[in-house]
Design a protein around this ligand. Structure first.
Ligand SMILES: [Zn+2]
Length: 356
């Protein structure tokens, strides 16, 4: 390690302590040592000013240099703005804009965008085990209305499930349309998309009815929930050495035993309880020290000057794609690019949501 870097790291460590103090002041006295990582990442309003870089895995990591998708575009509207989860890798934001532009071509007027990531990624105070490295995004299964929704409507508009209420794992054909299928298959067709998560009933509907090219159908994976939105997961961008890839999906369309399993009792059975067993300790929330080391640097790095300065180029997305956020600070990318020891991270399975 050079003197320059050692000095840099000392300065960063000091900065981290300061950040922790600031966060402690706003989170009722929690320190960086004792605080759950979700409190540290959940309290930050702006991304780090750095070259866009994901660190770690979808369910255990963070992102430097994230950009926000604009609240509105010609063919998209971002929802639940108060959550401040419009942030992602520029390639993710570019992909969302592309999907929105291509959607009208398959009969879907535009997309309503749910959660992407927090400004610096990381675990969230509520919801989601993944969405931590700026490469996951949720799209509503409700088409964009033909008017701009107010901020309040974007908070309050209810999710519409595609499932029949009183029937086991059955798509409600009053709500589900061929355009829903086409939108999901359009998203799956992009080579940079590695997985799409949908409810098992939706996967089955696609298996039973999709008559187009089925080569991307295997990317569409059944999972709990995901009945009012679908989830797009991109692969690690080229050259992102600290980004932990997920194993590729198997060959085939996935309309097989692995799907049939979801229609058995097993995935829905309550775990058997031993009446004599002690109640299990609640799992320890993820700590900063459990995360890739680079995430401590990301957490305390300086911000761009404003949200606008880090908002993706909207209609001019193509030219914005090559650029890092405005006013990049040269020192920060230099330091984050040299984080040498990124520990292996292990994927955490999505938790089983209650009520399914
Ligand atoms: Zn999601």
């Amino acid at each position: 390690m050079t003197m320059m870097m050692a000095k840099g790291f000392r300065a960063l460590a000091k900065g981290l302590a300061l950040t922790a103090g600031l966060i402690a002041a706003t989170t009722g006295g929690a320190s960086a040592e004792g605080a759950a990582a979700k409190q540290l990442f959940g309290g930050i309003k702006l991304p780090s000013r750095a070259a866009p870089t994901p660190y770690g895995f979808y369910s255990k990591g963070c992102i430097a240099g994230a950009v926000a998708i604009p609240v509105d575009g010609p063919t998209w509207q971002a929802m639940r703005l108060s959550r401040n989860r419009r942030w992602g890798h520029p390639q993710m934001i570019s992909l969302l804009e592309r999907l929105s532009r291509d959607a009208p071509g398959v009969g879907w007027p535009g997309i309503l965008i749910g959660d992407v990531s927090q400004p610096r990624g990381g675990p969230m105070l509520t919801g989601h085990a993944s969405h931590q490295i700026g490469l996951d995004a949720d799209i509503w299964l409700t088409p964009m209305p033909d008017r701009r929704l107010s901020a309040k409507e974007r908070e309050d508009m209810p999710f519409t499930s595609m499932l029949k209420e009183n029937k086991f794992l059955t798509v409600d054909t009053k709500r589900w349309t061929p355009a829903h299928a086409k939108l999901i298959m359009l998203a799956a067709s992009y080579p940079e998309v590695e997985r799409i998560f949908v409810n098992p009933a939706i996967k089955k509907k696609l298996c039973d009815t999709w008559t187009g090219d089925r080569s991307a159908l295997g990317k569409v994976r059944p999972i709990y929930g995901h009945d009012a939105h679908f989830h797009i997961r991109m692969g690690c961008p080229d050259g992102a050495a600290g980004c932990k890839s997920q194993a590729a999906v198997g060959a085939g369309d996935g309309c097989d035993k692995s799907l049939a399993w979801w229609f058995t009792d097993e995935p829905w059975a309550k775990p058997k309880k031993d009446p004599n067993a002690k109640p299990p300790k609640p799992p320890r929330p993820m700590q900063l020290s459990d995360m890739p080391k680079a995430c401590a640097v990301v957490l305390q790095a300086p911000s761009p000057d404003s949200e606008m300065a880090a908002t993706f180029g909207g209609a001019t997305a193509v030219s914005a794609l090559a650029a890092t956020p405005a006013n990049p600070n040269d020192a920060v990318p230099a330091i984050t690019a040299q984080m040498p020891e990124l520990p292996d991270v292990v994927p955490i399975p999505l938790p089983r949501p209650a009520g399914y």
